[in-house]
Design a protein around this ligand. Structure first.
Ligand code: ADP
Ligand code: MG
Ligand code: MG
Length: 192
């Protein structure tokens, strides 16, 4: 794994999340409390500032700083969940150079923290199929978009959206959408 590509990835993710801040909050307004865009914009902006201030040099140190910043700077559920993902990825990146293995450790961090399984309408429904597709060698931007779109018909059984029951059906999951941005920017940055 190339540290420069990882830094580029996080930078592109920050830009994308900030561009789509209002959209992400609108999605969360429909099935949650309307703050996902604000939470993610704040978290990624703080993450970017920390990268510039501390300039970590190895993949493990970059992921660790990203994770620690997201856990500490984001109030909503998404901060600790993304934070746990990056902290898991940091640990895996110490002994492995394999992107699939590293992302699997990230997903494991999300699931240890949030206890969501596939099919509960959360960010797990982006992470798990994206990793499977990467493992198959057929992950593309279009594929990520299809995966995100597939969260629409799911009935939410975890997170705030689960309070809506049947009314959560027919809406995209905001965390699945922001995770989609994480993976499209990963492709764009050429992380492999
Ligand atoms: P909050 O719900 O605290 O306002 P956000 O709006 O920032 O936090 O994030 C909501 C997103 O977090 C959801 O769209 C979903 O993808 C994700 N999420 C919530 N709970 C869980 C969970 N237990 N496991 C995985 N992801 C979750
Ligand atoms: Mg919210
Ligand atoms: Mg909230």
């Amino acid at each position: 794994m190339d540290a420069t590509a990882i830094k580029k990835w996080l930078e592109l993710f920050t830009v994308k999340v900030n561009e789509e801040k209002a959209y992400l909050s609108d999605l969360d307004g429909a099935i949650g409390d309307g703050d996902h865009g604000m939470n993610m914009a704040r978290g990624t902006t703080e993450m970017q500032a920390a990268m510039e201030a501390k300039n970590p040099e190895t993949p493990a140190d970059i992921f660790k700083l990203a994770g620690m910043t997201l856990v500490s700077k984001v109030g909503g559920a998404s901060g600790p969940l993304y934070g746990s993902a990056f902290i898991g990825m940091a640990k895996a990146a110490k002994d492995s150079d394999d992107l699939v293995e590293i992302l699997k450790a990230g997903l494991d961090g999300i699931q240890k923290r949030g206890k969501a399984e596939i099919g509960e309408k959360t960010m797990v429904d982006t992470w798990a199929p994206v990793i499977a597709s990467l493992e198959n060698g057929d992950l593309t931007t279009e594929k990520v978009e299809e995966i995100v779109e597939a969260t629409k018909p799911i009935l939410a059984t975890k997170g705030r959206a689960s309070y809506l029951g049947e009314r959560s059906v027919g809406h995209l999951d905001p965390g699945a959408v922001s995770s989609g941005y994480l993976f499209t920017t990963m492709i764009e940055a050429g992380v492999n």
